[in-house]
Design a protein around this ligand. Structure first.
Ligand code: OAD
Length: 274
């Protein structure tokens, strides 16, 4: 089938749906300027996950050589500060508005689905802009730009950092005053809200798998769960990925273009029926 035909088929399926779920990965935010992990030039080509993606590895790296990851952290802060939701995020919001999409399950920590306007967003790998206390139950959602500018300001106050300086960059717990960390899931840590995500996948009529390689579990199970339970699966990804075998429709385009075109056709189908 041609890409145009895949898009039309995706739109026909979505136009009949009332309980769709989108399972999203880093690729949906690529057009917002946020790098993916495993594509050429991605995050894991630039930093070693054993040094930056487990809490033990990160603490050991920061203690051994506190300056090592600072340029990467600064670049990340600037990338997240500049990012805005892109047409793919807004397309999901429109699908929710039309009563077609119920839930977004995202592996992304960038807050962009909520900023685009989706209301039921399950952040299975946490949020980069929610801080949680390492000592008590306190946590707080910050505005993305407010938190970043606070941390950047503190970073610009010094030329070099010790391990404790880096810990001090984070806001203090407003409950007990202890140190906090971003509430993100690092390798080896408990993934969040998986029972609710799996329930959404099992109950949905359509599963959209957008911009994810499908290699990180348990999130990667969701399209398979949905397919097993009888849902149609629409995959949007410019590159081959782990969901090819369960896809009813495969749109090999970037998320922004694909989702914009799909939603435009959904609207035409829905309007024609009225
Ligand atoms: P990956 O980096 O593994 O995969 C990104 C996917 O996005 C690839 O399949 C690309 O082909 C696709 N892609 C790239 N540009 C795109 C675009 N413009 N539109 C649509 N798709 C595009 O990222 P994830 O699958 O999200 O976890 O990886 C999951 C997890 O790996 C992350 O949450 C993170 C990482 O390790 C943790 O850190 C716990």
């Amino acid at each position: 089938m041609s890409i145009d035909q895949e898009i039309e088929k995706a739109a026909q399926i979505l136009a009949k749906a009332s309980n769709a779920v989108a399972s999203c990965g880093a690729g949906i935010s690529a057009e917002s300027g946020i790098p993916t992990f495993r594509d050429p030039g991605g995050v894991w080509e630039r930093v070693d996950p054993s040094e930056a993606a487990t809490s033990e590895g990160l603490i050991a790296t920061l203690k051994r050589d506190p300056q090592k990851l600072l340029p990467f952290f600064m670049e990340l802060l600037e990338t997240f500060e500049r990012a805005e939701p892109n047409p793919a995020h807004y397309a999901l919001k429109e699908l929710e508005h039309m009563g077609i999409l119920k839930t977004v399950v995202t592996q992304n920590i960038d807050n962009l689905h909520l900023e685009a306007g989706n209301t039921d967003v399950i952040e299975v790998h946490g949020s980069g802009f929610r801080m949680r206390c390492l000592s008590c139950e306190w946590s707080k959602n910050y505005s993305r730009r407010e938190l970043i500018s606070r941390i950047k300001q503190k970073m610009s106050d010094a030329d070099s950092f010790t391990f404790s300086d880096i810990v001090e960059l984070m806001p203090k717990c407003e409950g007990c005053g202890a140190v906090t960390r971003p509430d993100v899931v690092m390798f080896g840590e408990q993934v969040k809200d998986i029972p609710r995500s799996f329930e959404a996948a099992r109950k949905c009529d359509v599963m959209l798998a957008i911009g994810t390689s499908g290699v990180v579990y348990p999130a990667a199970y969701l399209p398979f769960q949905a397919k097993d339970a009888g849902a149609r699966v629409i995959v949007v990804n410019p590159n081959e990925n782990a969901f090819q075998s369960v896809s009813d429709v495969y749109v090999p385009l970037k998320a922004g273009e694909a989702m914009e075109r799909i939603v435009k056709e959904v609207k035409e189908i829905v309007l024609d029926k009225k």
